[in-house]
Write a new protein. Sequence first.
Lengths: 343, 343
Amino acid sequence: MTEQKIRNMEEFAALSGLSRPTVSKYFNNPDSVRASTRKRIEDALERYNFRPNIYAVNQNRRLTKSIGIMVPYLADPFFAEMARTIETLCIEAGFRPILLSSHGDSELEAENLESLLSFKPAGVLFAPLGRISDKAAIERFCRDVPTVLFDSNLDGMGEAFVGSDNASFVNQTVDYLCRTGEAPCFFEMRTPANPNANKRRMAYIDAMERHGQEPVVISIEGDGWGFEEIGRQGTHTALATNDFKTNTVLCSNDRLAIGLLAACYERGLGVGRSPDSALRVASHDDHPYSRFTCPALTTAAHSYSDVANRSVEILFEMIESGARCETRVETLFPAKLVVRASA
Amino acid sequence: MTEQKIRNMEEFAALSGLSRPTVSKYFNNPDSVRASTRKRIEDALERYNFRPNIYAVNQNRRLTKSIGIMVPYLADPFFAEMARTIETLCIEAGFRPILLSSHGDSELEAENLESLLSFKPAGVLFAPLGRISDKAAIERFCRDVPTVLFDSNLDGMGEAFVGSDNASFVNQTVDYLCRTGEAPCFFEMRTPANPNANKRRMAYIDAMERHGQEPVVISIEGDGWGFEEIGRQGTHTALATNDFKTNTVLCSNDRLAIGLLAACYERGLGVGRSPDSALRVASHDDHPYSRFTCPALTTAAHSYSDVANRSVEILFEMIESGARCETRVETLFPAKLVVRASA
DNA sequence: GTTCAAATTTTACGCGCGTAAAAAAAATGT
DNA sequence: ACATTTTTTTTACGCGCGTAAAATTTGAAC
């Protein structure tokens, strides 16, 4: 490997004794040039370590090999894990992912969409903020770029939606809890941005009615993405005012549950299935850390890989066929109940 | 706002009744055009919602307004939080951050550097993988792009390093633990990629010797980035073979500690300061979740904001002055001991 | 009304590359 | 060996924009 730096494809082509477009053709598809030409390029490649500027390539290609990935809050381990999985799938398929986080801010979300537009991705995998999203901006974006929504659905936006079946999540946890002990109260944030939260509450009420039980919903205050702290404080309040009507709590999501467990521990309340425990706690998501709470959290698990795989699959199919989906398909994966020690 | 779509600056300039370079000048600095010209552009902007293609801009600008941010593993909440903080600082300063994760893979790390090179960022904030990093690739990159390393230092690479003072972390935890009870054993991974881990072990040994205590290092096996699970299993092994020589454990980092706490809970071992607790556990990092473990984790906290602020500060100074640092400065921030319930 | 320097705008070219169409080369058939 | 077809390479132009240098406008002073 010579240390000589190559500025651009022109320079590299000259060193290979070829014209730039021929080299361009090679990088687009190595088999599209004659074997002898290919060898000359690859020999030069050994010596000079040149790579086309991906951004210049994107600017000119009719169809790029780039995929945009955007999540509402990357510092949430759920989305971090989701993004990681999707990124890996894209890389394996020969695409170049570009990852963006909205940081919980709808303006930044809209900004990011603008930025993605400039990037000219072949397609975008997008988990929107939800309620607070700038719907008009998203709709405009989706007209220009093939987009698959995941995790949070926005009516009619994007070519398809892939997510988890909130009813399946809640039915499984409620059924399990009712079968094995007292019926659960439902613990949630009052004004969640994420639309799944509302669906879960409604599914809880339905499920409780099916079981002939009175639903008890505890909606706690709190803004932002610090769900654990919101859950912790909300639990202290709820316990102080005796809001939990049974010894069983079903949390809307694992991050709230983590906060709830912390509050219980602080108050010396035992959590678990054993008779001397004060509370049973279950939740939804199978957050990466729910395996490590004390006690380990009983929860309904997303199938990370199913959601990631299917989202990517649908997007790749659209990209390859060059067509948009004729009808907007919504794919919902059922949850898998993971029984651990907390309930 | 007219719905008419603008393809490029040429088209927008025509609609404004100006030449493209004038419009370009405006976007570069709105004050660099005459007030009347500016008004014409801004009026047109109201009606047509045009924005220059950021990637085309980057391709041509001598100095871009983009900042690369790269961390070793974005699904680790520590790095997620760090990245989020730095991103926010960059946005506030009028820069456009682009965030990349190495996903724990040194090849991807090198790939990402190549990608950043194409992106032509004004500068890069880079937390390398550490031991497994492709040093040659990083060195090449740093020659071309002003780079500030953070969190993990690599000798001589980048223009500056900003991180935390591992000795300060360990001294504070060891001092505190020795002062308040039995001297701690040190719990760590045998082959960590991150160089901070080695510094912490050495600092532990030093600190123990200063206290006239025999250091006990428990190095557990495990690969990858699933530190909690590694810590959990390692704890079970260590407890089974009675490796903890005292009732106090100091973990190399919080993620290991989270696993350790889970294992203790599984075994019914109480953790905390009270006389009936079997173990005291402390750690380092002040991971975003260490507030919510059961019991809450006593730990030495990074100053996230100090590290983020200083890294960004140094980089911006370099960018503004247009010069590289004359000497490579290493800034280390001391830890802040956060005493919670676990020790 | 003229002059001239300063501010502003335009011209012309470049960034690094993709791609259609034209040209050249190679392969095939006779 | 020559005509024809097919493949490969090159020419020429375009993508969306920055920027130095040239041309123009402005406006203040006389």
